[in-house]
Design a protein around this ligand. Structure first.
Ligand SMILES: Cc1cc2nc3c(=O)[nH]c(=O)nc-3n(C[C@H](O)[C@H](O)[C@H](O)COP(=O)(O)OP(=O)(O)OC[C@H]3O[C@@H](n4cnc5c(N)ncnc54)[C@H](O)[C@@H]3O)c2cc1C
Length: 474
């Protein structure tokens, strides 16, 4: 999947031009060709000294690098994997550009649109569903998108009732801490149990709450999802627009532009194992035996990976708790499917426990229809027959040309999917989780204040904050 091009060593570092870099990364593996040449100054002890060190080259790390560069610093970015992007992974399937990780943007996500504008990257509307399959009183039924909205939206609006109060200011989630005390302990399952729903209504909601939770609706918090609704003006219908826009060139294009502007020294295949602060210097050690030093380090890796890094001094309470609990969901399995022939753009949703609780139509090609599904824990994604059976629950008679699976929960150095806070995590982790640990700082969508977890908007927000904190320490 990844295409390495090893650049021969040069006496002075010459970053790839923006044009060259974009060409180099293409649409297959984002950033796989970023130079791995050294730019830091080697110290007597064999350590490489850097102005600032950023750990993790996802959107949070890319934002930090770009912002520090804008302040005249030359950051070194240490990335464990052999590509940049993290939970964003633009690839090809069925001859088409697809996103194995995050795919869509919403018009209401202001930071990402400001970034797209900065780099002249446009967006376009993704495929719109022509039919919706959803739970009915006697099994799945097919309705028009308009009918589906009239059934589904009122259900969600009652599900999220009250969140306009406890998230009176959704960009400042702790503003009504007093009201949150009774709500933050609730899981999505707890909330489902509090509503008097007909079985098909429960099925309609539980498919989505289970997928977002990473397998089971008991895992995700009500406040985690309710905050996104309030960030969308309190309307579930508006919230669904977060899955409508796609950036030209794929989700990785903007990150490439940011890293390119940063001129950061991006070291791929460089997993960090230990971070030590002593006497105003932070020392970073990698599993390849390299050592880096810097006045400041930003940890921009998923919370689910923090426990595999040794911090000295040890992490403060909130960070230690986030490290042990994780915020990234355990199951986030995207199944890319190509169905033979002309197939309607069918959107499907089914109850928690279904093999494929969510199916989203993508483009029709000359060969067939591309679809993307989010698998439930019961689907054996290695079994082609089971995958086809799961699709046929929505589209009887569908013929499978090809499929491809991305299991984020099993991906090294990610160890989970998008973030969705667990019950109690908002009040126990925040606001302490945003605070620096001496000269060690933290960034990432998982710990964003606004569009947290499942959105690159949050990664950018958190990266902007961490960069400002870092600049204050240099
Ligand atoms: C299946 C899926 C669908 C999603 N859908 C959407 C969507 O439609 N729209 C949207 O906006 N968002 C979506 N998201 C969420 C979005 O992808 C994330 O919120 C965002 O990309 C996270 O960015 P980040 O920089 O915080 O972390 P990451 O992207 O995870 O980046 C962290 C980086 O740190 C690296 N790393 C980890 N450990 C180490 C180490 N020890 N040393 C060095 N490097 C390390 C990792 O390899 C990784 O590159 C989705 C996510 C998934 C998984």
């Amino acid at each position: 999947m990844s295409h390495h091009s090893h650049t021969p060593a040069e006496p002075t570092r010459r970053p790839l031009s923006r044009r060259g870099l974009i060409k180099a990364v293409g649409a297959t593996a984002v950033g796989a060709s970023i130079s791995t040449m050294a730019s830091g100054r080697a110290s007597a002890a064999g350590a490489t000294a850097a102005d600032a060190i950023v750990i993790g080259a996802g959107y949070a790390g890319g934002t930090v690098a770009r912002e520090l560069a804008a302040r005249g610093l030359k950051p070194v970015v240490l990335e464990a994997r052999d590509r940049v992007g993290g939970r964003i992974f633009t690839a090809t399937f069925g001859g088409e550009q697809v996103e194995l990780g995050g795919a869509w943007l919403g018009p209401q996500q202001e930071l990402v649109h400001a970034e797209l504008k900065r780099y002249g990257i446009g967006t376009y509307l993704d495929t719109v569903a022509e039919q919706v399959v959803l739970p009915g009183p006697s099994g799945l039924r097919t309705v028009s998108p308009e009918q589906a909205a009239t059934v589904v939206e009122p259900l969600w609006n009652s599900f999220y009732e009250g969140s306009e109060k406890y998230f009176e200011r959704p960009h400042d989630p702790l503003y009504r801490k007093d009201l949150l005390a009774s709500v933050d302990p609730l899981s999505l399952q707890d909330r489902l149990g509090k509503l008097s729903l007909a079985p098909e209504e429960l099925a309609t909601l539980s498919g989505e709450t289970s997928v977002y939770s990473g397998g089971k609706s008991t895992l995700g918090s009500l406040t985690g999802m309710a905050q996104w609704i309030q960030l969308s003006g309190g309307s579930y219908g508006t919230y669904t627009t977060t899955m409508t826009l796609r950036p030209v060139g794929g989700m990785g294009a903007l990150l490439t532009a940011m890293l390119n502007e940063s001129k950061a020294d991006v070291r791929l295949s460089t997993p960090v194992t230990k971070i030590t602060e002593a006497k105003g210097v932070v020392t970073v050690e990698t599993s390849n035996g390299q050592t880096f030093t810097s006045p400041v380090v930003v940890v921009a890796t998923p919370t689910n990976t923090w426990r595999s890094i040794t911090f000295s001094p040890g992490l403060p309470t909130a960070h230690a708790q986030a490290a042990s609990q994780g915020i990234g969901v355990p199951l986030a399995t995207k199944v890319w499917i190509q169905l033979r022939g002309q197939v309607l753009a069918v959107q499907g949703q089914a109850a928690e426990g279904s093999a494929l609780p969510m199916l989203i139509p993508q483009q029709q090609t000359s060969k067939g229809r591309i679809m993307v599904g989010f698998a439930g824990p019961s689907l054996d994604v290695s079994n082609r027959t089971k995958v086809l059976e799961a699709v046929r629950a929505y589209i009887p008679g569908a013929e499978l040309l090809d499929y491809r699976v991305m299991e984020w929960g099993k991906t090294p150095y990610i160890n989970g999917g998008w973030g969705l806070r667990k019950p109690n995590q908002l009040l126990t982790l925040f606001p302490a989780i945003e605070q620096p640990h001496g000269r060690i700082l933290f960034a990432g969508a998982d710990i964003a204040r606004g569009w947290h977890g499942a959105f690159i908007e949050g990664a950018i927000e958190s990266g902007l904050r961490a960069a400002e904190q870092a600049a204050g320490l240099i």
